[in-house]
Design a protein around this ligand. Structure first.
Ligand code: SF4
Length: 98
């Protein structure tokens, strides 16, 4: 008779996480408002990430205060999709972690 541990039946945590496209994000924080798991934190873009953007994207970010949505609590994501729907810039996608 098998005696499998309970953990073998559980889905691994953080299999789905939100990915924010900084080329689209304007830091409007709609995602942070709707997310029931407090996944998002809106703050100034990291200089290295800013440098990777194209000229038009950099201009847009400067106009919008240089803020973007980071996901410090991505592990808590439940893949409800509310952030994807709420984002006016369509900057968020959900991706399966590998
Ligand atoms: S999918 Fe739901 S839980 Fe996950 S980050 Fe978006 S709003 Fe939060």
């Amino acid at each position: 008779m098998s005696n499998a541990s309970a953990s073998s039946c559980k889905q691994a945590p953080s299999m789905i996480v939100p990915i924010v496209n900084f080329g689209r994000c304007e830091g409007k924080a709609d995602c942070a408002v709707v997310c029931p798991e407090n996944v998002f934190d809106i703050h100034r873009i990291d200089p290295a990430e800013y440098e990777r953007l194209g000229p038009l994207q950099k201009f847009k970010l400067r106009v919008h205060g240089m803020k973007v949505a980071y996901t410090p609590n991505a592990d808590a994501c439940r893949a409800c999709g509310l952030c994807v729907t709420a984002c006016p810039e369509r900057a968020i996608t959900l991706a399966r972690m590998t």
